[in-house]
Ligand binder design. Structure first.
Ligand code: RFL
Length: 403
């Protein structure tokens, strides 16, 4: 039997404790605004989920401007260099865009999540794990409600002013929006990636490799661990990739016969896809991060976009609560989508370039020629390198920061 707990009230209910939800919660707390975070999983599960590895320059500066960078960012500052290896030939590209301020950090997503969780709880934040059956109601009124079932079986209802839907692409928030209200812009790149996590030495610099056998990449994920990517057919099964096949393919495509292997801790195949929902708001529900958009991992933008949305949402709520100004709330979706589309374009450009430049059976000789011309321009034109650096660091768009 379910028991029903009393009704509670807060300013913002945040659904999901990933990078987006935890950032929203910390920024609201920093602004003295009450919120409750509801997370479906356990704290241990959320703290171990490994995905992204770099907090881009713009996001580091965003945390800095909220006075949180020292508390929530782990890892080490990036040295600002990215290696492209084309048919075994190395080209170092700088992501230094010349702007002042702290640089990107090599901070694995799970480290950011652990630190955001610890900072929020240390400040007395209300974070409820194992919240099941979250459902959203009365989103178009002034006081929406969110219900959920706690781990002990009691059903809770929280009344609030705003709901932050930070529960990822497969969460429940977006499904509370009536059919037809949001437009989904979806794109399937027709490319698969095998992704492998291993306890093996990280590369000197994040490494992207073009080869006739297909794309490969090697990224740091801590002092003794790495994430690798190998282009593969989108419906390949991870079991088809034995350890020896993985290391052999990496050595060939990275053109590094001496690549040091290590125990593989995770392996997965996924399709490169992109998705944008427009608008990112329905009544008092605001979609933040992957709940609103997915970016293919090329370019490392997904988590960083989630942090950008979180910044704009928290700043908009702060304006509303402290100054009774709803301008930033009304323009939230439009301002987020400007960066979303810019990052989608960057990720799409890099995806096409690095895949087309390699295996010409995949894209044909003409596209291979175009892709190689783009790489040549990047390696030799300072203007092209500067544009690339601005896109990588995320300081390419002006006028969209909150603080
Ligand atoms: P998350 O991280 O998915 O967190 C959502 C949270 O919501 C919870 N949840 C619910 N809670 C309550 N009720 C429900 N009904 C719920 N349903 C879900 C979930 O348990 C979870 O805790 O979304 P968020 O916060 O928007 O963050 C987005 C990022 O996680 C994502 O964009 C990145 O991981 C994407 N990504 C990368 N991004 C980068 O910036 N750089 C990278 O190098 C990078 N590499 C990657 C990636 C994603 C990958 N996957 C998932 C394919 C590499 C990979 C392999």
């Amino acid at each position: 039997m379910e028991s029903v707990a009393g009704r509670e009230s807060t300013t913002v209910v945040v659904i999901g404790a990933g990078p987006a939800g935890l950032t929203v919660a910390n920024l609201l707390r920093r602004s003295g605004i009450a919120c409750v975070v509801l997370e479906r999983r356990t704290r241990e599960y959320v703290a171990q989920r490994q995905r992204a590895g770099i907090v881009e320059t713009r996001a580091v500066r965003m945390f800095d401007s909220w006075g949180l960078a020292d508390r929530v960012l782990g890892g080490v500052p990036s040295d600002g260099l990215l290696e492209f290896r084309v048919d075994g030939e190395s080209h170092l590209v700088s992501d230094s865009d010349g702007s002042a301020g702290p640089a990107a950090r090599l901070c694995p997503q799970q480290v950011l999540v652990q630190k955001l969780t610890a900072a929020y709880l240390a400040d007395g934040g209300d974070l409820r794990f194992e919240a099941a059956d979250v459902s959203l109601h009365e989103l178009t009124g002034d006081r929406p409600t969110v219900s959920y079932r706690a781990a002990d079986g009691t059903v809770h209802t929280i009344t609030c002013s705003f709901v932050a839907g930070c529960d990822g692409d497969r969460g429940t928030s977006r499904s509370a929006v009536p059919d037809g209200f949001l437009t989904a812009h979806a794109f399937d790149h027709g490319i698969g990636w095998l992704t492998v996590l291993a306890d093996a030495p990280p590369p000197a610099h994040p490494l992207l490799a073009v080869s006739p056998q297909g794309f490969a990449a090697h990224f740091p994920r801590g002092p003794h661990s790495s994430r690798y990517y190998l282009q593969c057919p989108p419906d390949d099964h991870p079991d088809a990739w034995t350890d020896s096949r993985v290391w052999e393919a990496l050595r060939t495509r990275l053109a590094d016969a001496a690549l040091v292997s290590g125990p593989i801790t995770d392996r997965e195949v996924f399709r490169l896809r992109s998705l944008v929902h427009d608008p990112m708001q329905y009544g008092r529900l605001f979609l933040v991060g992957d709940a609103a958009h997915i970016v293919s991992p090329m370019g490392g933008k997904g988590m960083n976009l989630a942090l950008h949305d979180a910044d704009l949402f928290a700043g908009a709520v702060r304006d509303f609560v402290h100054d009774h100004d709803d301008t930033a709330l009304r323009t939230y979706s439009q301002r987020c989508l400007r960066r979303v589309w810019s990052d989608q374009e960057f990720s799409h450009w890099l995806t096409r370039t690095l895949h087309d430049a390699g295996d010409d059976t995949h894209s044909g000789r003409f596209r291979r020629g175009l892709a190689r011309a783009r790489l040549d321009r990047l390696f030799t034109s300072s203007a092209a390198a500067q544009a690339f650096a601005e896109l990588t660091t995320g300081v390419d768009l002006t006028g969209d920061t909150q603080v």
